[in-house]
Design a binder for this molecule. Structure first.
Ligand code: URA
Length: 286
């Protein structure tokens, strides 16, 4: 196996782990469990279980001066201060939802806009007290200019409906208003430039409940340590200037993840039912 193939296999393995829910590194260096297991002779003599991966491909590599492909890369540059100030000024100046949506459409500071077909802002009921915030538009959303209308959105609607919500009667938006090319994970600077708009969105909506869909919106809005697999199903107070009181916010697994990992739907189901129960019964305390 050549170096390129090996790197591609490592990347593929990393992708698989992320999709399976691994969202945190627990050590500085990877541990080759196959090599560890192969070490004691007694283990080596026991009848081998069917090999899943050729261990020769996974045996320790010779020392490599270049960093492993999964090493954290340098943080992407922060957005230029003037763009950030532009976003904050435009968002703060919006007196109502319509003005805010016009400001978002007029904002050219986020480079994602250049490759996007449409600015995707919201669907559902702007008067709703329940606000759902996803990550970013995907292909279908970019084409139609409405959030959560692709396969993930259809699953979200099914979950909402099963739990007793009318998807047309909640307010559904995203942290980012433009599709990241190829649906890649949004970069820190892209999130930073959209954040003033979503924060203003929350202040103008004054929601009674927030449902944060997926890791990216959960991290950006709650700033909690830990990934979505630890944070999902829990309540957090969301506070910011302009809100009378902290808003109870729950995080849930992203439906795009559920499409790839259907076994995890039971967790999403449990979370959305708990969310529904809080909304109908009135949450006691966070
Ligand atoms: N995923 C999201 O987070 N938002 C969408 O609008 C569609 C898919």
């Amino acid at each position: 196996m050549g170096e390129q193939d090996r790197d591609a296999a490592a990347l593929e393995a990393l992708r698989w782990l992320i999709e399976a829910g691994a969202d945190e590194a627990v050590a500085e260096a990877a541990v080759d469990r196959y090599a560890v297991a192969a070490a004691p002779p007694s283990v080596a003599k026991t009848p081998a279980s069917p090999p899943r991966i050729a261990t020769s491909e996974l045996s320790p590599r010779p020392p490599d001066p270049s960093p492993p492909v999964w090493a954290p890369v340098a943080a992407p540059p922060a957005p230029p201060q003037e763009l950030l100030e532009d976003a904050r000024r435009l968002a703060a100046a919006a007196a109502d939802l319509n003005a805010l949506h016009d400001s978002i459409r007029a904002f050219d500071g986020c480079s994602l806009k250049q490759s996007a077909t449409n600015t995707v802002i919201y669907r559902g009921n702007p008067e709703s007290k329940i606000m759902l915030i996803g990550e970013a538009p995907g292909r279908e959303e970019d084409l139609q200019g409405r959030p959560f209308v692709g396969a993930a959105g259809q699953l979200l609607d099914r979950l909402l409906t099963w739990a007793g919500f009318d998807p047309e009667d909640v307010f559904i938006t995203n942290l980012l208003f433009w599709r990241p090319p190829g649906n890649r994970t949004p970069e820190t600077r892209e999130i930073a430039l959209c954040l003033p708009f979503i924060e203003r969105h929350i202040v103008l909506m004054q929601p009674e409940y927030l449902l944060l869909i997926g890791n990216v919106s959960t991290q950006a809005l709650l700033g909690q340590k830990g990934g979505i697999t630890r944070l999902r199903g829990r309540w957090f107070p969301y506070s910011q200037e302009g809100l009378g009181a902290p808003v109870p916010a729950m995080a849930m697994l992203h439906p795009a993840f559920l499409l790839r990992q259907p076994a995890q739907k039971r967790l999403a189901w449990r979370d959305i039912l708990a969310f529904r129960e809080a909304v109908t019964g009135g949450i006691k305390a966070i």
